[in-house]
Design a binder for this molecule. Structure first.
Ligand code: GCU
Length: 612
């Protein structure tokens, strides 16, 4: 390598670092107004576009690029039809296969189980918009990248498979024969979030609800109504209006608590409020929710909200001022029994019902924001939640676009769920390798989360290392930025036999609470044998028995979320007759059958619930 090469390599690295630094500065500057997401879209006047959509499978993106691989002005988004018998149109949505929305494509069509690429979706509809209103198309999520068109016009693009987005279509919608076309591409990319390598199925498609949301010209864009940090009697928050009439009187009401506050929004349509309220606090034992209304002069929105405080004090986690142990389980957003991406309240009730049956008061929703129904059911059922963005394993830490992508997904997650009492922890990462660029990246995400929501705790699932033969050490520098330490360990599965846990002591350099965010082992349900035989229920049971004995010896442990509630699909798990592309670490099989280890955890949680 010549001096010139060396010099240009250093220069390039310096420019990249400078770019990341500038982005971080910018991020601080405008944490408040990040994404123009309509808060509580489900609580607004809306029309669902659920049902069968016409689709075209397009592995070569022929509907987007011309033969010179340039974006074509006549792509499939035009929904073209031959006008005359000589016209050449080589696609026809209305004669094409259909897929259900919401739903992933992988489990609806056997040809698409392993498919990664583009599928075009088309939905025709009529719509009579009331005069003076605005219309938005809202997506609960689309995995991974969605290009959205209405009546042949591009309305927007969104990246990230697990967070909501909406686009305004007021000036494009017609009374009849509208066609909404969405190009959904779930191809994995190195610079994406998540990146190429994950241990979950890359379900593609319009995986969550799609609705048309009609709003007044000036509407309530977003609001935050929770207890002020550290208080149990002071409601604190803000409201933001969008539209031509930003200055309005806005009332925030909690009728059942006879509490109300009226504020005036400023020229940006923004106002903050603080007011006393005598509230029954939300807790797993008593998941009390209140009807809360935010009423402006031109718009009003209501929802059920719980009020609770969550803090740390030394190595304790305090819920409503009292120490609490998070008795949890990790959960993937996979539909119980039916398989595929979960999306509805029924799926949530089944999954969270199993967690409750196990004695949980907490769930770790891994590794990405789950659908909104999951959070609202957790509110209702009284389950505290760890919610995470898919900054998973080896993200491209030095790439500014990757950072921007992660920051936006974090912002969309918090914007959607910041009024959920169940959410107590925002997680910014899972099992990410140590390094300066990674630390800068994640520290910035932690700051972003705190900037958007000062009321909740921030964590990440970190890794441990050996400190001598008999000790596990948690001293990841990221820990200094977090409120709660998360740690994944697989003693007894990836690391030694189950009894290895017996001689392990745990240490950390931090005086902070620890949630053991992953531990466990695999078993094929119904496969039995001696406790040393892999894949038997007895081996898994033994892993859990030794784990629990070890966990009980960790003085700063304040929570556990074993990996994982149910077996789930993973392309990394091909072992025939055992895995068959399922990760078998579930405590319950993919057919809903409980394994022996489920009862071991249930026993431990029963003990803990008597007072830890
Ligand atoms: C990791 C990872 C999970 C994965 C699990 C496993 O810790 O966070 O996503 O599924 O291990 O190996 O089963």
């Amino acid at each position: 390598m010549t001096n010139d090469d060396e010099r240009s390599r250093v220069e390039k690295a310096a420019v990249r670092a400078l770019l990341v630094f500038v982005l971080l500065l910018l991020q601080q500057a405008n944490a408040r107004a990040q994404v123009q997401l309509i808060a509580n879209a489900g609580g607004r006047a809306s029309v669902s576009l659920a049902g069968k959509w016409q689709t075209i499978i397009d592995p070569y993106e022929n509907g987007y690029y011309d033969y010179r691989y340039q974006p074509s002005p006549d792509g499939y988004f035009k929904n073209a039809r031959p006008q005359g018998k000589s016209d050449l149109v080589e696609y026809d949505f209305d004669k094409s296969a259909q897929l259900s929305v919401p739903g992933d494509w992988n489990t609806q069509d056997a040809r698409l189980l392993f498919y990664e690429g583009t599928v075009w979706y088309k939905k025709s509809f009529d719509y009579r918009r009331k005069p003076g209103t605005r219309l938005f198309v809202h997506f609960g999520a689309a995995n991974y990248a969605a290009d959205v068109y209405l009546n042949g016009e591009k309305v927007g693009r969104h990246e990230g498979g697990f967070t909501p987005f909406d686009f305004e279509v007021t000036n494009l919608v017609k009374e009849a024969d509208n066609f909404l076309v969405v190009k959904v591409d779930n191809k994995r990319r190195r610079d994406a979030v998540p990146t190429l390598n994950t241990d979950w199925w890359n379900y593609g498609g319009l995986t969550r609800e799609v609705t048309l949301v009609e709003l007044p010209e000036t509407f309530i864009q977003d609001y935050f109504v929770q207890l002020r940090k550290g208080s149990t009697r002071e409601v604190s928050g803000w409201v933001r209006l969008a539209g031509k009439k930003p200055r309005q009187r806005v009332a925030v009401k909690i009728p059942e608590a006879k509490a109300e506050r009226v504020v005036e929004t400023d020229a940006d349509g923004y106002a903050e409020f603080d007011f006393p309220a005598d509230l029954t606090l939300w807790s797993p034992e008593n998941p009390k929710l209140y009807d809360v209304t935010v009423a402006a002069e031109t718009d009003s929105v209501s929802e059920r909200i719980g009020f609770r405080s969550i803090e740390v004090r030394g190595t304790d986690i305090l819920l409503n001022g009292k120490p609490v142990f998070l008795r949890g389980v990790s959960v993937h957003e996979e539909a119980p029994l039916r398989g595929g991406r979960a999306y509805g309240a029924d799926d949530a009730r089944t999954l969270l019902g199993w967690a409750k049956e196990m004695g949980c008061n907490f769930v770790r929703l891994a590794h990405y924001p789950h659908n909104e129904q999951m959070l609202r059911e957790a509110d209702r059922l009284g389950l505290m939640v760890w919610s995470e963005v898919p900054v998973y394993w080896t993200i491209l830490w030095e790439n500014p676009e990757t950072f921007e992508n992660a920051r936006r997904q974090l912002t969309e997650m918090i914007t959607r769920d910041r009024n959920r009492a169940s959410v107590v922890l925002w997680s910014v990462a899972n099992e990410t390798p140590l390094g300066d660029a990674r630390l800068r990246f994640l520290t910035a995400l932690v700051k972003q989360a705190r900037g958007l929501d000062p009321t909740r705790l921030v964590t990440a699932a970190m890794e441990r290392h050996y400190a001598g033969e008999r000790a596990q050490m948690i001293d990841d520098p990221l820990g200094a930025e977090l409120d709660v330490l998360g740690c994944n360990e697989y003693l007894g599965w990836y690391d030694g036999p189950p009894e290895k846990a017996d001689r392990m002591e745990w240490r950390t350099v931090y005086k902070k609470p620890l949630v053991m965010s992953e531990f466990g082992g695999g078993a094929l349900q119904g496969h039995h044998g001696d406790p040393l035989t892999r894949w038997t229920e007895e081996y898994q049971e033994s892993v859990y028995r030794h784990q629990i004995a070890m966990l009980k010896r960790i003085p700063f442990l304040r929570g556990t979320s074993p990996w994982i509630l149910t077996d789930f699909r993973s392309p990394r798990r091909p072992l025939p007759g055992i895995q068959d592309f399922y990760n078998r670490k579930g405590l319950i099989s993919d057919r809903g059958e409980k394994k022996k280890a489920f009862y071991v955890m249930q026993g431990y949680y029963r003990e803990l619930s008597k007072g830890f």
